[in-house]
Design a binder for this molecule. Structure first.
Ligand code: SF4
Ligand code: SF4
Length: 79
């Protein structure tokens, strides 16, 4: 039985952006601008038949850089 980790600050849990899998076109302009490297390629293709990326919400600091860089309307939203 290991020690239970301390709870995260509750407010931080909801602070992240999300990539909508079926809107993303896998352009990956968002990836290099993320200051915490939390945008990763997803497995396989989405409904558009393109690859897609996802945001690790546990790491995202909600800076909005990815949203500014993404050329696809509606692919990234504040969560
Ligand atoms: S979220 Fe936008 S910039 Fe990032 S991979 Fe998808 S389409 Fe490209
Ligand atoms: S909001 Fe900022 S930290 Fe979060 S995925 Fe986008 S660029 Fe990365």
């Amino acid at each position: 039985m290991g020690a239970v980790p301390p709870p995260l600050v509750p407010g931080l849990l909801s602070m992240s952006y999300v990539i909508l899998k079926d809107a993303c076109e896998g352009v990956a302009d968002c990836v290099p601008v993320c200051p915490v490297d939390c945008i990763h390629p997803g497995d396989g293709n989405n409904a558009k038949g393109t690859n897609f990326y996802f945001i690790d919400e546990a790491v995202c600091i909600s800076c909005g850089a990815c949203l500014a860089a993404c050329p696809i309307d509606g692919a990234i939203e504040p969560d």
